[in-house]
Design a protein around this ligand. Structure first.
Ligand SMILES: [Zn+2]
Length: 492
C-alpha cells in the first residue's frame, strides 16, 4: 500500500504539478471518464431512440407511457444492479384538435403592402410569410399548458401591455375590459444568463391569464419566452387563481408579438381565438430509476437525473431528454470504467416536471417512507449544451470545499461553481416531509445557456438541435462530479 501511495505521489508530482497524490489520482480517473464519453458515448444514440421513436412526452399521454416503458427496458439492457419504475399519478392536459388565432387589421395590410420599405422593423419574419394580402391572417400561436378552451370562438380588440405596471395602469382605467390582452415584455438582452432573462419575464406566461382576468380581459396572448425572433410559439405551464374567471391563454411567436405591437393603434384590428384544449382526470405514470449499489454505504444515496416528460411541441430533446441521457450515461460511464461506488448511485428520470412535478413528489415521499438517506442529488434540466459548471444549494463551507475541485475540472472547461437552486425535481427531497434529507447537498448542472430558449418548449426542440459532443461532455461532467462526491462525502 505504501509503495502504491508513494508511486502515486511521484506520478502526481511529475504529471500534475500543484496537485497532491489524491488529486492526481482523481485527475487520471476523470480523464478516463471524458475519454470514454467522447469516444464511446451512448447518450446521443439513446436520445435519438427516445426522440425519434417516441417523440414528445406530455404527462398522462399515451406517448409518455410508451416512452417510460422504453426507458425501463433500455436501462435494464445495461445490467445495472437495480432498475425499477416507480408509480406516480400525473395530471392530464390535452391540447385538442382546434387551435386557432387570427387577426384582421387594415393597418397590418398597409404595412405588408409597404413591405419592401420596412427599414426599422426589428423582425421581418412574419411579414415575409404574409406578403400575400388577406383579410384574415392565421398567426403562429399555441395554447399554454393548462389553459381552458375558448368554448367557441372568442373575438375582440387587442390591448398590448409591455410591463406589469402598464397592465395595472390600463387595467385600473378599465381599458382591458373585453380585450384580448397581449403580454409583450421581451427578454432583457443584457442578461448574460438567459435563465435570468427568462426569470424576469415568465410571470407573463405563468400568471398572465389571471392578472388580465382581474381587469375583465377575455383571453390572453403571451409573447414566447425566447431570445430568438422567429415564427415558433413556445408553450409552457400556466396557472389560474381560483377566485378569478379562467380565460384562455396562448403563446404567440416573438415575431408575431412584434408585429401585433407595431399595429396596436389600429382601431379596426380584431383578433379571434378558438381553442378546445381541456384537462382530463389524473392518470398513473412512472419515474424510471436505475442503481449501482454502494460498496461501503449501500443505504446512502447519490441521486442524479432529469425529467422524462416534455411539452407536446417538438421532441423534448434539450428539455429534458438531454438531462435524462446525461444521468443514464453518467451511470453507464462509471460502470463501464469498472468503478465500484462507495454510496449507492441512483439515476432517476422524473415524470411530470413541466406541469406538476408529481414524479418528484412521489420520489421524495417514497424516500421519506422508506428512510432513504440521500447525501446528494444533482439535477440536469438546462439542456444538452456545452457544460460550464454547477449550481450548488448548500452552506458556504460545503461550496468552498467543492470549489477546491476546480483544478480537476478546469481542463474540460468547467469553471462555474455558483451558490443557487438545484432544480424542481430534487427540491422536494429537501423540503418535503423527509426530514432525514434536510441537510443534503443539492446541485444543478449548468450548460451554456445562450441557445436554450431558441428551443425551449417549441417545435424546434428536436433531436437534431442537440450536438453529440456537447451532450457527451455534459454526461462526463456529471459523472466526474458524482465520482468526486462519492469519493469525498462521508469521509469524516
Ligand atoms: Zn425542463
Amino acid at each position: 500500500m505504501k509503495i502504491q501511495w508513494f508511486s502515486w505521489l511521484i506520478t502526481g508530482a511529475l504529471i500534475f504539478p500543484g496537485l497532491n497524490a489524491q488529486q492526481a489520482s482523481d485527475s487520471l480517473f476523470i480523464r478516463r471518464i471524458f475519454d470514454e464519453a467522447l469516444v464511446n458515448g451512448h447518450a446521443y444514440k439513446k436520445l435519438e431512440e427516445l426522440c425519434k421513436g417516441y417523440g414528445s412526452r406530455l404527462s398522462g399521454s399515451d406517448q409518455a407511457e410508451r416512452a417510460v416503458f422504453w426507458a425501463g427496458n433500455m436501462l435494464r439492457s445495461y445490467g445495472f444492479d437495480t432498475v425499477m419504475l416507480q408509480p406516480c399519478m400525473v395530471p392530464r392536459w390535452q391540447r385538442g384538435g382546434t387551435e386557432l388565432l387570427k387577426v384582421s387589421s387594415p393597418l397590418l395590410n398597409k404595412r405588408l403592402r409597404q413591405f419592401n420599405d420596412t427599414a426599422g422593423w426589428a423582425c421581418e419574419a412574419l411579414e415575409e410569410r404574409y406578403r400575400k394580402q388577406a383579410s384574415w391572417y392565421t398567426l403562429p400561436a399555441c395554447a399554454l399548458g393548462g389553459s381552458v378552451g375558448s368554448n367557441g370562438i372568442i373575438s375582440g380588440r387587442m390591448c398590448v401591455v409591455n410591463s406589469q405596471t402598464e397592465l395595472q395602469t390600463l387595467g385600473k382605467a378599465g381599458k382591458l375590459k373585453g380585450c384580448l390582452v397581449l403580454f409583450n415584455e421581451p427578454f432583457d438582452e443584457t442578461k448574460i444568463s438567459t435563465f435570468s432573462a427568462y426569470g424576469g419575464c415568465v410571470y407573463q406566461r405563468v400568471n398572465g391569464a389571471s392578472m388580465a382576468a382581474r381587469y375583465g380581459a377575455l383571453a390572453v396572448l403571451v409573447r414566447s419566452m425566447s431570445n430568438s425572433c422567429d415564427l415558433h410559439p413556445h408553450t409552457g405551464v400556466m396557472h389560474y387563481v381560483d377566485s378569478l374567471p379562467k380565460i384562455p391563454a396562448m403563446a404567440v411567436a416573438t415575431s408575431v408579438a412584434n408585429t401585433l405591437a407595431a399595429v396596436a393603434n389600429d382601431r379596426d384590428l380584431v383578433l379571434t381565438m378558438h381553442l378546445d384544449c381541456q384537462t382530463l382526470p389524473d392518470r398513473q405514470s412512472h419515474n424510471a430509476i436505475a442503481e449501482q449499489r454502494g460498496a461501503i454505504f449501500p443505504q446512502r444515496y447519490i441521486a442524479f437525473g432529469g425529467h422524462f416528460d416534455s411539452w407536446d411541441q417538438g421532441e423534448g430533446a434539450h428539455d429534458d431528454g438531454a438531462g435524462c441521457m446525461h444521468a443514464f450515461e453518467a451511470l453507464r460511464l462509471l460502470k463501464a470504467l469498472g468503478y465500484t461506488p462507495r454510496h449507492t448511485l441512483r439515476c432517476v428520470f422524473w415524470m411530470n416536471e413541466e406541469n406538476g412535478a408529481r414524479g418528484a413528489a412521489a420520489y421524495a415521499d417514497h424516500a421519506a417512507v422508506a428512510g432513504e438517506f440521500h447525501v446528494a442529488a444533482i439535477e440536469s434540466d438546462r439542456g444538452g449544451f456545452t457544460p460550464r459548471g454547477f449550481s450548488i444549494d448548500a452552506e458556504d463551507a460545503r461550496i468552498d470545499s467543492i470549489k477546491t475541485w476546480a483544478p480537476l475540472l478546469a481542463p474540460y472547461g468547467i469553471h462555474l461553481f455558483e451558490k443557487g437552486g438545484a432544480g424542481v425535481d430534487v427540491a422536494p427531497l429537501k423540503h418535503g416531509p423527509s426530514s432525514i434529507n434536510r441537510g443534503m447537498l443539492q446541485m444543478g448542472l449548468i450548460p451554456d445557456s445562450q441557445r436554450y430558449f431558441d428551443y425551449h418548449h417549441a417545435e424546434t426542440d428536436v433531436f437534431e438541435s442537440v450536438n453529440r459532443r456537447e451532450l457527451h461532455l455534459g454526461a462526463a461532467t456529471l459523472a466526474a462530479m458524482i465520482y468526486l462526491l462519492d469519493q469525498s462525502l462521508d469521509r469524516d
